[in-house]
Design a protein around this ligand. Structure first.
Ligand code: ADP
Ligand code: MG
Length: 569
């Protein structure tokens, strides 16, 4: 006799619920996404007891007629895809037809809905997956779905629910995440009868962004936009002044869907490379659009993960856009006075060059860039040195403090990097080769690094066991103690591993060489050293951060200083 049976529908819905309905916030997510798919402009979410006793989502979307209301509760019933081709080009948030039957199988469920054509609305009650009552009811166009006593019939799962506080926390986060992607829809969230949050609809998506990430970020978010053959995107990313300790301030949407995509997050971090120190995270809201047939959203039942056909190109476009946006924003902005000065200088040059520059560059900010770019730091007036560590400068409107060590580190790093690419690092042969003895693991690492270090001007030879002899060093390290530098290089490489690729390994070695070669804090500088440093900073590609990602300068406007002195309010 056959042992295999087809599961009854109620049971298979319960099993599907195990994937779709993990906890109350997953119910909220599915219901709100359905409301969005139904074209709603106002969605009201009412929760009681963290969702454990009640979750209700009401919308003003297209609603359903009597037959569709009943059909919507059947497994695999969906109005969103019809043909198998549709599955590879999905433009709605839902498509699997699993959410409603799953939720209804593990709760006491009711659905009230009316579409535009029906004279009356339909009400359906379901308990643990069994339809208990279907009735006519007076209702406005739209849909209201209520799920009470989640997991009442699956006690094992109910036990896994956390406290009311935790569950409502997840719900608020879920709704905030969705709301961020739909700024022209109003969302209202209530908990135990009290308003938790009202996200008003707004024609300007930036208002919704501030609503979610916090209004105090207003001046610290940079607009980002990009577009190429495979992908377009826009959003906001945090400026150099802001960083977070976790990645929770990062919101990524692909075609309007909230996703947790490690690859895209990683690309975002790559774009910030050299601008954040280890353990710091940016804040970002990114709306990425790819053609619907280039993204597979059917990877996971909760649809949080997606697969991109052109993953590499999408990452590349994002990395470039982020790094470009940051480097434009990082340009020191104190050069207003120089603008007029340099402009007159340019006007007095051969006129042709000036007018060409103007013609090529359509807007004012780009014009500023071409005229100012050359001299920024060296146009500052040097006031002096503070604490033998910071260079104090002024422009007309700003007080600027430069961290002399961080700035010099940046200068040396970029300088060495350029030279190393052409194998032109200046080398100093040691008169007396220096022997150093290091630990076992470090020695092993150092041995593998020998050929690369040689290209950077550090010539080292094994001398048996864990001993090495240093024969030459990069000229900038000529008067430095060499052993700590070599030890640090070996340790750093052990820590990060060599799998990161040659370029990163070389960069890390250069960073260490730059760090050891740079002027220190607590070091008195001569005026001409300061002038030279400022001029060298102007030559840098990224003068605003040291190679580890720390800022090289900070500034305070005259206005903010006057405010502090209560000269102005
Ligand atoms: P899916 O969203 O994957 O299609 P669901 O189980 O979430 O599956 O919903 C089943 C169907 O019920 C949807 O395809 C849609 O036609 C209908 N539906 C669900 N919620 C709503 C709503 N709020 N407004 C209008 N129709 C809805
Ligand atoms: Mg759905």
């Amino acid at each position: 006799m056959s042992q295999i049976k087809i599961l009854p529908e109620i049971l298979s819905n319960k099993i599907a619920a195990g994937e779709v309905v993990e906890r109350p916030c997953s119910v909220v997510k599915e219901l709100v996404e359905n409301s969005l798919d139904a074209g709603s402009t106002r969605i009201i979410i009412e929760i009681a007891n963290g969702g454990l006793s009640l979750m209700r989502v009401s919308d003003n979307g297209i609603g359903m007629n009597h037959d569709d209301a009943l059909l919507s509760l059947e497994r695999y019933a969906t109005s969103k895809i019809y043909k198998d081709r549709d599955l590879f080009s999905i433009n709605t948030l839902g498509f699997r037809g699993e959410a409603l039957p799953s939720i209804a199988s593990v709760s006491k469920f009711s659905l009230i809905t009316k579409d535009e054509i029906s004279e009356v609305g339909t009400e359906v009650f379901v308990e643990g997956g069994t339809i208990k009552k279907v009735a006519e009811i007076g209702a406005p166009m739209g849909t209201m779905i209520t799920a009470r006593h989640l997991f009442f019939n699956t006690p094992a799962r109910r036990k896994f629910l956390k406290t009311v506080k935790t569950e409502i926390g997840h719900i608020v986060e879920t709704v905030a995440n969705i709301a961020l992607g739909w700024p022209d829809v109003q969302f209202k969230l209530y908990h135990n009868g009290k308003t938790v949050k009202n996200w008003y609809s707004s024609p300007d998506p930036f208002n919704r962004v501030l609503d979610v990430v916090g209004n105090d970020m207003r001046n610290d978010l940079l607009r980002i936009k990009f577009e190429d053959k495979f992908v377009s995107g826009e959003g906001w990313i945090s400026s150099r002044r802001i960083s977070r300790k976790t990645s929770r301030g990062i919101y990524i949407y692909i075609n309007g869907r909230v996703v947790r995509d490690r690859g895209i997050q990683h690309a975002l971090f790559e774009g910030y490379a050299g601008r954040l120190i280890k353990g710091q995270f940016p804040v970002a809201v990114l709306f990425i659009k790819v053609p619907y047939d280039q993204v597979d959203v059917n990877v996971h039942p909760s649809k949080h993960e997606v697969r991109l056909a052109q993953q590499k190109q999408v990452h590349k476009a994002l990395i470039e856009a982020v790094s470009e946006t940051l480097s434009i924003a990082d340009r020191p902005k104190w050069s207003a006075e120089n603008f007029s000065r340099q402009k007159s200088f340019f006007v007095s040059e051969p006129v042709a060059r000036y007018s060409k520059a103007i013609k090529d560059i359509p807007d004012f900010s780009a014009t500023q860039k071409s005229l100012w770019e050359e001299k920024r730091f060296s146009d500052l007036r040097v006031v002096g040195q503070f604490h033998n560590t910071y260079i104090l400068c002024e422009s007309d409107e700003e007080l600027v403090l430069i961290d002399q060590h961080a700035a010099h580190e940046r200068v040396l790093f970029e300088h060495l990097k350029k030279l190393s690419m052409n194998s032109k690092i200046e080398v100093q042969k040691l008169l007396m080769p220096e022997a150093i003895d290091i630990g076992h693991r470090e020695a092993h690492m150092l041995e593998t690094l020998i050929p690369d270090l040689k290209k950077l001007g550090l010539e080292i030879e094994p001398f048996g066991g864990t001993t090495f002899v240093v024969k030459s060093v990069p000229a900038i390290l000529a008067d430095r103690e060499i052993k700590p530098i070599i030890l640090e290089i070996a340790e750093k490489m052990l820590e990060s591993g060599l799998t990161q690729g040659l370029e990163k390994t070389i960069d890390q070695c250069l960073m260490l060489i730059a760090c050891h070669g740079a002027i220190r804090a607590n070091q008195r500088l001569l005026d001409k050293q300061i002038t030279a440093l400022l001029a060298q900073l102007d030559e840098c590609e990224n003068p605003s951060h040291c190679p580890h990602g720390r800022p090289t300068w900070i500034s305070r406007t005259l206005e903010s200083i006057e405010k502090s002195f209560k000269r102005i309010v």
